[in-house]
Design a protein around this ligand. Structure first.
Ligand code: SAM
Length: 289
């Protein structure tokens, strides 16, 4: 009597970072994994083919981009479940970071498949590591909406975030985004533009937003290539009399429903701001000050 076949061990999904410009930034481990796996799931197979050719790697490639990731995920899972190893790469940097891969990684983990990161270049981390802005806490905000109304609304949400803010931006929208940042965060807020990192024209320019906007506006070369914008986190204005925008927002909501005194008292309880400050702010608002 023959024994039932043991279930085949599943393969591993490697999430492999590739360079963001300088090919020397690929790790020895990434090269080994890419050469050894059965299949590479790539955002753009033609783009990645050039990278693999450069390193003499001939592993088969299959497309895994934002339009087919959900549908094709099953195909990669089937290969993994059959015991083959698969590597996931994007066009540049770390997959899943403003790049495809999330659905595949989630599905693989849900299916009990081992997912292994092979870390390397990532534009936001590279920019943060050299920008000289506080790096103990930061918020990666990805790409901003393309249209001004949406972009400003998104920026408003982050206006009083004390963490360093990090945005990816396309070069043709850089100037409009800097203008909106200047208007929402204020021209004095410090920012750093990281452009063409790890490449020939690498630039890291730190200036207050008002000046950074002018600097980029005056030089069209600064609107070429790839860029990351880092903005210093919000700092509460000095002095006790400052009422934060969030406290004013709460106050406005309550003023719309309640008498002034009651609204100020409740806003004080909710926000922790002194009642007399909010009372004065409510009076100013009613006077239209
Ligand atoms: N997955 C990538 C990563 O790990 O950084 C990001 C991919 S996202 C589609 C591309 C964006 O990343 C660009 O528009 C730019 O904002 C930023 N970026 C990529 N490479 C860069 C570089 N060399 N210098 C500055 N920003 C870069």
């Amino acid at each position: 009597m023959s024994l039932p076949a043991a279930p085949a061990a599943t393969g591993t999904l490697y999430v492999v970072a590739t360079p963001i410009g300088n090919l020397d930034d690929i790790s020895a481990r990434a090269l080994r994994v890419l050469a050894e796996v059965a299949l590479i799931a790539a955002e753009d197979t033609r783009h990645s083919q050039r990278l693999l050719q450069h390193f003499g790697i001939s592993t088969a490639l299959a497309a895994c981009h934002e339009h087919n990731e959900r549908d094709q995920g099953g195909r990669f899972l089937a290969r993994l479940q059959a015991g083959e190893d698969v590597a996931l790469i994007s066009d540049a940097g770390t997959p899943l970071i403003s790049d495809p891969g999330f659905h595949l990684v989630r599905a693989a983990r849900a299916a009990g498949i081992r997912v292994v990161p092979v870390p390397g270049a990532c534009a936001l981390v590279a920019a943060l590591s050299a920008a000289g802005l506080p790096s103990d806490r930061f918020a990666f905000e990805g790409f901003l909406p393309a249209k001004t109304v949406g972009r400003r609304a998104k920026l408003e949400q982050a206006r009083e975030d004390a963490r360093t803010l990090i945005y990816y931006e396309a070069p043709h929208r850089l100037l409009e985004s800097l203008a909106d940042m200047r208007d929402v965060f204020g021209p004095e807020r410090l920012a750093v533009l990281g452009r063409e990192l790890t490449k020939t024209f690498e630039t890291l320019k730190g200036l207050p937003l008002g000046e950074l906007y002018e600097w980029v506006a005056a030089d069209s070369n600064q609107r070429r290539g790839e860029c990351v914008i880092l903005v210093a986190g919000w700092q509460a204005p000095e002095g006790e009399d400052a009422v934060s925008g969030e406290a004013l927002r709460v106050l406005d909501l309550l003023l719309a429903e309640l008498p002034l005194k009651r609204a100020a008292a409740l806003a004080a309880e909710i926000t922790g701001v002194r009642k007399n400050l909010l009372y004065q702010a409510a009076l100013d608002r009613q006077k239209g000050a």
